[in-house]
Design a protein around this ligand. Structure first.
Ligand code: GLC
Length: 662
């Protein structure tokens, strides 16, 4: 029985019926414990005794199917009806391409996921609903009828789904620094995700990246733990809403516990990447103050699932580290929820010893294993470990209770599928308008001569635009968009920066991706040019690099355009700060658009002054890769622009902005 920590009568607080004056630790434990006894959450000081919870079967349905019964009773009743095989199946998370709905039901698989790009064909909302619904329907036909928990990475909108609203990646939302905006984005994302019958999202990332060479920097809100915690908690609230049983409530999953953003260069072994999934270099103090710090806010916001980190720390892989997964996360922080592994991460715990890896990770505290493909191997190892006594059956029951508690808490037993009418919310004008606002709020102005911007929409003079990122939805959306790695081209519906410029400006506009403008006379010039350049899409370790700069090809685009215009604006589409080099001297204005997603018009709203520029850096902008330090001694150490820097359109520091000048 999950320990029910109930304290003296206290006025219950908001959201999870948690006492307002509860400590952080208490509130987390009580939040999940409340889910278990739902109606029993009055702050009474009498913990329910096991015999009190023995559920009687009601006349018309077994106890666990009685929607009016407290969650703990439903869990107890169902657990008592489950065989060991049923239980092991509930601890198994398989990617949809590796198991059919029928086999998943036969094996009692508790959870299914679409990994990055794991879309049905055709990639339409209807096809998504059919795919997810097929697993749910098959599960519903089994004797116990335990619903499936289906998860995706909807980390900047329902980004696997073509036609969904794609919001700015977190690196941009960090620059906007607006929790209400992030909460609204979480809500819109939940609606579009639930519309495809999916109620579990592997977000927010609560990483606090300390090295910009990491390919997952853009998935994080910033380098400051407090900002990350504040915005991460906002996303949890937005995704889950006020009532986890509502069909439009989507389960958040703060990740990756713990230290994912603190790994050192060239310390990654198992994955073959350069920094991703490497060894977190922080000592205990820094691990707590930097990487643990954002999680309590997410728990207080109601998060009841967490995903473990691929990275390693002092005791080896985090996935096998009982100190981090149980002593620190549960006993100290009071997290009582469900701990899910990352994709195949259990396999890395003891390289070459799969059985030992399964035993160690489950005993360390992993409750649900994202296998994600070899489910026979996993179930054989897990079952064998119980038989051998290497994993106690009590540990299995504890893990299964957490899985079942989440499913009951979400109302999945009572309504396994969402309403198909929700589909009309996908890519709605309202959501796209929200995304456009978020893009504008995330833009950071690094340099300006005070005259070039804002562009005069009524200016009859021609405008020259160059650069691959100017007219490419895929590039401006970045990784985790339609496919895992993302990709250039018209990957989904949206508005490119070029299309938005054409829409906003009265004068003629000439675009040439390469900056050569072969259609113009050699000596043909224009007053203003805009070069939109930056990074190509990537995800995870594929984005690890020690070359944080524009490619030579893109620098050449900027140089060519610079030759033809009197004043040059450089717009950077990037997942992280880049070493500027000669851009700093060629440009009269430097604008960072980050990875805006489908609504490129938000960038143009700032360029034309239709929206104010207000973004401030959530990452230090370094002079060079070499000066990257883990935890800088002071904000301007090796920095061109410090954390918090940002200019207004007039070229003056924004209120509250930091600077390293003088
Ligand atoms: C990936 C990522 C994790 C994601 C999971 C499922 O490897 O590390 O963030 O949620 O697999 O796609």
């Amino acid at each position: 029985m999950i320990s029910m920590m109930v304290f003296g009568p206290t006025p219950v607080g908001a959201s999870w019926g948690v006492p307002r004056r509860a400590t952080r630790r208490t509130s987390v434990a009580l939040a999940f414990a409340c889910l278990i006894v739902l109606s029993g959450c009055t702050g009474e000081s009498s913990p329910a005794e096991p015999e009190d919870t023995a559920a009687e079967s009601t006349a018309d349905a077994p106890g666990y199917r009685d929607a009016s019964a407290p969650v703990a009773e439903r869990v107890d009743d169902l657990l008592a009806r489950m065989t060991l095989e049923d239980k092991l199946g509930q601890m198994t998370l398989i990617e949809k391409g590796s198991i059919s709905p029928e086999t998943a039901a036969e094996r009692g698989i508790g959870a299914i996921l679409s990994g990055g790009g794991g879309s049905p064909s055709p990639n339409t909302a209807g096809a998504w609903r059919e795919m997810v619904g097929s697993y749910q329907a098959a599960a519903g036909e089994t004797p116990l009828g335990i619903p499936v928990l289906y998860g995706v990475d909807a980390i900047h909108g329902h980004n696997n789904l073509r036609g969904a609203t794609i919001f700015p990646h977190n690196v941009g939302l960090g620059a906007a620094r607006d929790p209400a905006l992030v909460e609204a984005i979480g809500r819109a994302t939940a609606l579009e995700t639930a519309a495809t019958d999916i109620r579990w999202n592997y977000a927010p990332v609560l990483a606090v990246p300390q090295d910009l060479r990491w390919g997952r920097t853009y998935e994080a809100f910033g380098e400051d733990p407090e900002l990350v915690g504040e915005l991460g908690a906002a996303l949890v609230r937005g995704l889950q809403g006020d009532d986890l049983t509502a069909e439009t409530s989507v389960l958040a999953t703060p990740k990756h516990w713990v230290g994912d953003g603190g790994t050192g260069w060239d310390t990654s072994i198992a994955s073959g990447y350069r920094i991703d999934q490497g060894v977190t270099l922080a000592g205990e103090e820094e691990l707590r103050t930097v990487h643990v710090a954002p999680y309590p806010a997410a728990f207080d916001a109601g998060a009841i699932t967490v995903m473990a980190s691929y990275s390693s720390w002092e005791n080896g892989k985090v996935h096998g580290d009982r100190y981090l997964l149980t002593d620190l996360l549960r006993d100290e922080l009071g997290f009582e929820g469900l701990l899910v592994s990352d994709w195949g991460a259990v396999d890395q715990v003891l390289p070459g010893d799969y059985y030992g890896s399964v035993v160690q990770s489950i005993n360390a505290g992993i409750d649900l294993v994202m296998v994600p493909t070899h489910y026979e191997l996993f179930l054989t190892a897990l079952g064998g470990a119980v038989e051998q006594g290497d994993i106690e059956e009590e540990r299995i029951d504890e893990a299964v209770r957490r899985v079942l508690t989440v499913k009951f808490a979400m109302g999945l037993f009572d309504r396994p599928s969402t309403s198909p009418e929700l589909i009309e919310l996908i890519g709605s004008d309202e959501h796209r308008q929200l995304a456009r606002q978020a893009v504008a709020r995330s833009v950071v102005l690094l340099e300006t001569d005070g005259a070039t911007l804002p562009l005069d929409a009524a200016d009859p003079e021609p405008l020259l635009v160059a650069g691959p990122a100017a007219n490419d939805i895929g590039i401006q959306s970045g990784g985790w968009t339609i496919s895992w790695q993302g990709g250039s081209g018209a990957t989904t519906q949206g508005t490119t920066i070029l299309e938005a410029l054409e829409e906003a400006l009265d004068g003629p506009l000439v675009y040439d991706r390469t900056g050569r403008f072969a259609s113009l006379a050699e000596d043909e010039r224009a007053p203003v040019g805009i070069a939109v350049v930056g990074e190509r899409p990537y995800a995870e370790g594929a984005g690890d690099t020690d070359r944080l700069a524009l490619s030579e090809q893109e620098l050449e685009v900027v140089r060519r355009l610079h030759q033809r215009v009197d004043r040059l604006v450089v717009v950077l589409v990037t997942g992280r700060p880049l070493v500027l080099g000669e851009i700093a001297t060629l440009a009269d204005a430097i604008v960072v658009a980050w990875l805006p997603g489908t609504e490129g018009a938000g960038v143009v709203d700032v360029l034309t002054g239709a929206e104010p520029v207000g973004g401030r850096l959530s990452f230090t902008w370094p002079e060079d890769v070499g000066v990257l330090d883990r935890v800088r001694s002071d904000a301007c150490d090796g920095a061109v622009y410090p954390y918090g820097y940002g200019l207004g359109i007039d070229g003056r520091l924004l209120p509250g902005a930091a600077s390293c000048e003088g």
